[in-house]
Design a protein around this ligand. Structure first.
Ligand SMILES: NC(=O)c1ccc[n+]([C@@H]2O[C@H](COP(=O)([O-])OP(=O)(O)OC[C@H]3O[C@@H](n4cnc5c(N)ncnc54)[C@H](OP(=O)(O)O)[C@@H]3O)[C@@H](O)[C@H]2O)c1
Length: 370
């Protein structure tokens, strides 16, 4: 449940002119609303408005996935506002490719870079003269993603674009600091929004697990609300953060620092599950039962007695542990088979379940500590 202990200061952004991309729904709509609540005048853009789009903002329809689209939008926004003090680059989109990195087509890479990285570079370049004119105290906040720090193969293109955004933001902060213009990045974790919910549903369907399992490992016990991110933007955009620039602020309920501590399955556990899973392993490895790439060669170091490949065995191990950790009534064999059917190789299948295992174990670990 989202809670705030204080109401926003309704005068904090009085007289400030803000441009927020992708402010028609989800995190962007919450950012627009938070800046409006603080007294700012706000212009936003997207390809379409929605019921969530704050009415008090000016909406300019546009597509910032291209240079021409950015130029048209920024010119119209500056006309509307007469200048700008706060820029929030929030618009983005991620399409998951369950088959992994080699299944991401070339045009999808260029689209991902255009929308999730270059749109921010282009918006900032177009608005920089106006920001310089506004002078010290003007601010850029770029919305990145936890995917840049823990990239999952199906989202490699999106994650790489966001990683580029982080690096670019740091360089821009150094360049603009002498002018008193601050540049910061926010790294959201799993936040409930229309775009991210659809993505998580795709992952859940691929693994045949309940949607809730995709956000089960957040130490603070819930997925993010868009207002969690909007509050962080309000802080970074305000004079309260006047000595803060060049930082990346992770806002994720604690998910990021702990998932790096996760263990591999133990040797004993691998052996036990492997011996219980020979039917599944041979089914998922048989050419007739698999539409994905050819199975990998047996790894004699891992399973000399059974001659089984390491991928699906480890996937089953991982999934059994997920199931135990979350206590959910999910069927490991069905889930492994389903991901494999969707074209993932044995190794990719394993990685998928390790990912699910991480989040589940983090949750359990925190429950034990409490
Ligand atoms: N929600 C999460 O769990 C999460 C996690 C990590 C990072 N993030 C980041 O947080 C930001 C907001 O994400 P969200 O979850 O709120 O996404 P969302 O619900 O999909 O909203 C995305 C916004 O961007 C706009 N947009 C997309 N493509 C556009 C284009 N070509 N031109 C102009 N506007 C465009 C969308 O409107 P139209 O589609 O109508 O154009 C919409 O207003 C993104 O930068 C995302 O990468 C989110």
């Amino acid at each position: 449940m989202f809670r705030t202990s204080t109401s926003p200061d309704t005068t904090e952004f009085a007289g400030k002119r803000a441009i927020v991309t992708g402010g028609t729904r989800g995190i962007g709509a919450a950012i627009v609303q938070r800046l409006l609540d603080g007294g700012a005048t706000v212009v936003t853009t997207a390809r379409n408005a929605s019921d969530e789009t704050p009415k008090a903002a000016t909406f300019i329809r546009g597509d910032i996935g291209t240079l021409a689209g950015v130029q048209a939008f920024t010119a119209a926004a500056l006309d509307e506002l007469g200048g700008v003090d706060i820029v929030v680059n929030n618009a983005a989109a991620a399409r998951a490719h369950i088959g992994g990195i080699s299944s991401i087509p070339d045009d999808e890479w260029t689209d991902a870079l255009d929308l999730n990285y270059l749109s921010a570079v282009r918006v900032n370049n177009a608005l920089l003269p106006a920001l310089r004119e506004a002078g010290p105290g003007s601010v850029i906040v770029n919305i990145s993603s936890g995917a840049a720090l823990t990239p999952a193969p199906p989202l490699a293109h999106y994650a790489a674009a966001k990683a580029a955004l982080n690096t670019y933001s740091k360089a821009l902060a150094s360049e603009l600091a002498p002018a008193g213009i601050r540049v910061t990045t926010i790294i959201p974790g799993n936040v409930l929004t229309p775009g991210a919910d659809a993505l998580r549903q795709k992952f859940a369907d691929a693994m045949d697990v309940p949607l809730a399992a995709t956000t089960a490992g957040i130490p603070l016990g819930r997925p993010g609300d868009p207002r969690d991110i909007a509050e962080a933007v309000a802080y970074l955009a305000s004079d309260r953060a006047q000595w803060v620039t060049g930082v990346s602020l992770t806002v994720d309920g604690g998910e990021l620092p702990v998932i790096q501590l996760l263990p591999e399955p133990s040797r004993h556990e691998s052996r036990r599950i492997r011996s219980n899973s020979s039917t599944l392993v041979s089914a998922t490895n048989s050419p007739s039962g698999c539409r994905g790439p050819a199975p990998e060669a047996p790894d004699p170091r891992r399973s000399p007695a059974h001659g089984q490949t390491p991928g699906p065995v480890s996937a089953v191990v991982a999934f059994q542990r997920v199931r135990r950790a979350v206590g959910a009534g999910v069927d490991a064999e069905r889930a492994v088979g389903r991901v494999h059917e969707l074209g993932a190789s044995p190794r990719e299948t394993t990685r998928w379940f390790r990912f699910a295992l991480w989040t589940a174990l983090v949750r359990k670990w925190h429950a034990i500590r409490l």
